[in-house]
Design a protein around this ligand. Structure first.
Ligand code: SF4
Length: 458
């Protein structure tokens, strides 16, 4: 089934799409299942079991809180960050959990089990929820959080977003070659093709535009909020927010841009830092295509909107539509889950999406867009995921700045060429997939290798 642009860009809360947003959706679904099957009046206990990467980095990534929120009926796209925090604190302090029409005893410390040494066979991010009436097991469901907030249920084959429509689209594609061939056949740009598909999914153009505008609005808000807040990020690493100070410095010295033409790079880094500090603090961000990498695309899009001559709303929509097309190729043919392929599946994919999208709005041909996306991934191949303390902070926040700058360079390099190039995007996506398979599991969102074991947490 063809994905929607809004499967790749989802409004959620931090800090992790696979460990926060996905598990919240899973538990929201479990709650619906209990309701539909009529168990809400008879159950008196719920247990949740986390496996693999969800267990190993679940504490730092807020998976336990996401479980509480999902069971409380919260959706990641609707719950306000302040409201989420209040709900979690109330459950922790009272030991009571409101499940739709009923309330049960629920102590997150004793009802959520972290199975650090067990991995479910289907995917490294597995969770299982069980509802009981006394000692009688009423319902047991397994879910897999497969990256970018997508979840798969135990009896389903395909990963779909919760609201996926299943609509038929006029221009289906699964590979970059198909995408380029279809664009050529119908004389369409990649964004025109994507908007044609999205029209079939959403039903009318106005809705598509409203949804795209809303995505950019949330991205901009996360930049502004990130730039306005000071202090230390939660989690115990003692990481101080940097965006606010950098924003003040840049705003105070506008003449610096005249002396140093690379000052624009500082602004791009600022946008990426701001979004990912918000994400690390559990704030509202757009999963793009994951939360850990949520700063790359807003930073590059803000660079386009604020620094490029002729930038406009249509360009912003084209940017997002093109980026989503590239993200779909990775989702379909490889993975956007760091637990499967490491950070190349997060920052690498976001960089590739942003590179292709920027090339498109800078006037690139479809071939140059494909080239930019390919360059954006080629130089992220093999990048591991090793967050210190299991938190989405180091190296994650700074790594978004690197992804954004690399994306801009990739777009510019591609636009200096004629679209002809040696390595096809499809080849680099397959290479990324194979590299992810070969990567040792300690480098795949487990915090058992790399920086996570070589930097003292204090
Ligand atoms: S290292 Fe990369 S993949 Fe891992 S949590 Fe951080 S941003 Fe995500």
């Amino acid at each position: 089934m063809q994905l929607s642009i809004f499967d790749l860009f989802k409004i959620g809360i931090g800090p992790s799409s696979s460990h926060t947003v996905g598990p919240m959706w899973a538990m929201f679904r479990f709650l619906k299942c209990l309701s539909v099957e009529g168990h809400l009046d008879e159950l008196d206990r719920v247990e949740v079991h986390l496996y693999g990467s969800l267990a190993l980095t679940g504490k730092g990534h807020g998976t336990d809180k996401a479980v509480v929120l999902g069971l409380s009926g919260c959706r990641p796209d609707r719950v306000l960050p302040e409201e989420a925090q209040a709900i979690v604190e109330q459950v922790q302090s009272t030991g009571r959990l409101a499940l739709a029409s009923c309330a049960i005893d629920f102590n997150p410390d004793s009802e959520i089990f972290f199975h650090n040494d067990e991995v479910l066979s289907r995917h490294p991010n597995g969770l299982c929820a069980i509802a009981y009436a006394g000692s009688h097991q009423l319902v047991r469901r397994e879910y897999f959080s497969v990256g970018g907030g997508f979840i798969v249920e135990e009896d389903k084959v395909e990963a779909v977003a919760l609201d996926a429509s299943g609509s038929k689209v006029p221009y289906p594609f699964t590979t970059a070659k198909q995408l380029l061939d279809t664009c050529q056949q119908h004389s369409l740009s990649i964004s025109q093709l994507m908007l044609g598909n999205e029209l079939a999914i959403q039903g009318n153009e106005q809705t598509v535009f409203q949804l795209l505008d809303r995505i950019w609005e949330v991205m901009e808000s996360s930049i502004e909020r990130g730039c306005s807040l000071e202090g230390t990020l939660p989690g115990g690493l003692g990481i101080r927010r940097r965006a606010h100070r950098l924003a003040e410095e840049l705003k105070a010295k506008p003449e610096a841009a005249l002396r140093d033409p690379l000052t624009a790079m500082d602004w791009v880094s600022l946008y990426a830092l701001a979004v990912n500090e918000e994400n690390a603090a559990g704030g509202r961000v757009v999963t793009a295509p994951t939360n850990g990498a949520a700063g790359v695309i807003p930073a590059v899009l803000a660079y386009y909107m604020r620094f490029m001559h002729g930038a406009n709303q249509q360009g912003m929509r084209d940017f997002l539509a093109t980026a989503a097309a590239i993200g779909m190729l990775y989702k379909h043919n490889a993975s956007i889950s760091a637990a499967e392929v490491g950070c190349q599946g997060e920052i690498g994919v976001a960089c590739s999406m942003a590179a292709g999208a920027l090339a498109a709005v800078m006037g690139g041909s479809c071939e140059q867009v494909e080239n930019a996306a390919e360059i954006g991934m080629e130089h992220n191949l093999g990048m591991t995921c090793d967050p210190i303390g299991g938190l989405v902070q180091v190296p994650c926040i700074e790594r978004n700045t690197m992804g954004a700058i690399k994306a801009i360079n990739a777009a510019r390099l591609a636009l200096r060429g004629d679209g002809q190039h040696r390595v096809a995007l499809d080849s680099v996506i397959e290479t990324m997939r194979q590299t992810g398979i070969d990567m040792q599991s300690k480098y795949k969102e487990t915090s058992q290798g790399g920086l996570a074991v070589n930097v003292v947490e204090c």
